[in-house]
Design a protein around this ligand. Sequence first.
Ligand code: PEP
Ligand code: MN
Length: 338
Amino acid sequence: MVVVMKPGFTPEQLQTAIRTMEEGGVKVMVSKGSETTILGAEGNAANVDQEKVSLLPGVERVMRVTEPYKKANRKYHPDDTVIDLDGGVTIGGNRLAVIAGPCSVENEEQIIGVAEAVKKSGAVALRGGAFKPRTSPYSFQGMGNNGIRLLQEAKAATGLPIVTEIMSTDNIEMFEMCVDVIQVGARNMQNFDLLKQLGKTSKPILLKRGMSSTIEEWLMSAEYIMAGGNSKVILCERGIRTFETFTRNTLDLSAVLAVKRLSHLPVVVDPSHACGKAWMVERMSMAAVAAGADGLIIEVHNDPKNALCDGAQSITPAQFDTLMGKLDTIASCVDRSL
Ligand code: PEP
Ligand code: MN
């Protein structure tokens, strides 16, 4: 249940509305937006006297919210959420943010070289996996703690905030200390224990869509993190599994529009994992920006042919630079609000 206050309501009217809702046994979330102030009921609103609330002075209207996600719901928070990654680098709002870097951190020269190159081309954050969720136990599993240390070196060299994937709750404390944005991969989107623990951290969480997840399941995973107390969730569409095998996944760009309408959280697109083919990355990135994505996360490798992971979908720093040169034109004619 959501209560929309009238423009010009008084503080007393706001308090009365909150108290009346609380009498029905719910907690009240107040969202002061640019145009409206909204009171969102947390918990079961069945015992809130809807008619009584709707007749209170200062109340414009009362809406039932049928969706199971509340904190992630745009009805509870009409304005776009803007998330600070680190020291003023933001995602969300009417500005495009591009995160780039290799699938995996491989060595110092590689990660620092790529970080410097993508920064020069306009990336606002560096990605790089240190703990890798690989299909085969015999494949490169990532550099682990040493990879995190190298990411920190790359940050020291470039100033770029670092984004990296967490796989286990065992690493939460270390990630909280050492990284700027914690990525939850597609395979862990419904690892509810992990999501609950991440809800207690202060770091932004980049939540990838599970490979077979519906939009509602994805938003419910965001809700898990937000219900735990961390409202800094960035959604990432990275393609879903369909009957098609030519591409690694099927990039669901309509989901970008859907989640932007349903939720106030920023949405970024990962064209690399969606397509699995480097030659598709540029045009799918442009399409994602045209669809209104708040940002992109792109795999860039200095030597894709010899990459230890996901070389086939990685573009070179030079290709990334060309792509970045084309995005501004598209971004400038798209209205990201819905
Ligand atoms: C990745 O970003 O390297 C990754 C493993 O992505 P996903 O979880 O989307 O497969
Ligand atoms: Mn990858």
